[in-house]
Design a protein around this ligand. Sequence first.
Ligand code: PXL
Length: 267
Amino acid sequence: MTISKALTIAGSDSGGGAGIQADLKTFQELGAYGMSAITAVTAQNTLGVHGVYPVSIEGIVQQIDAIGEDLGTDALKTGMLFSGEVIEAVSERIHHYGWENIVVDPVMIAKGGAKLLQDEAIRALKEKLLPLTSVITPNIPEAEVLTEMKISSLDDRRKAAKQLMGMGAKAVVIKGGHADDKEVIDLFFDGTTCEELMSPRIETLHTHGTGCTFSAAITAQLANGMTMRDAVLTAKEFIRAAIEDGLGIGGGHGPTNHWAYNKRGEK
Ligand code: PXL
């Protein structure tokens, strides 16, 4: 049996709904062996981010090297990278190991407004990480920051996706959750086809970690050998089930249900 391996380079969420914790749970559910390099520790629950403790560059690089020199990986995702310095170091290591299937979730701010990426880091993200990226998965506010354009219409989203491809990403998913369309329209663009992927909008407060979970599901399925389009389609089903069957825990923005996708398959 060959084991699919997936690595997440991201922040820790003590509340377990987002970050490294969401990624590893998602990898496990989709049958990929999960590994992590932690970039920052957050003290966090469903009510908000109470503290951010960055890991040193040396500490981050050493975690990545520990994996690169022994286990290797079939796919990886980046989440909270926090600073330009971290982005430069992580990009350099990805290049060094020649890793493929690079999923970039350009995490910028947490739901409560806490900054998970410093402003100066945007340039490093565009110049160093985007050229290595297999797929980038911004929401609309993140896509606006990266492209420096206001995104209102669906046509704006198409233009933004093309611009992100022009910066080096091989595929783009602009997530439609933040738009006010009746249905959620995620735009998938891989350089040849530009597709609108629709799903029903689910009214809930419990969406903490949805971006992390979605990009982790893509990563796991790329590690499993799926094509990009199929990986994105599975990730949509995974996150839909996880939101629909929410856990209802915590007093604020609660986590999604990482078991839901597989539990449905068992019925
Ligand atoms: O969902 C973005 C995100 C990513 N990574 C960490 C987080 C959050 C949101 O709160 O805490 C560690």
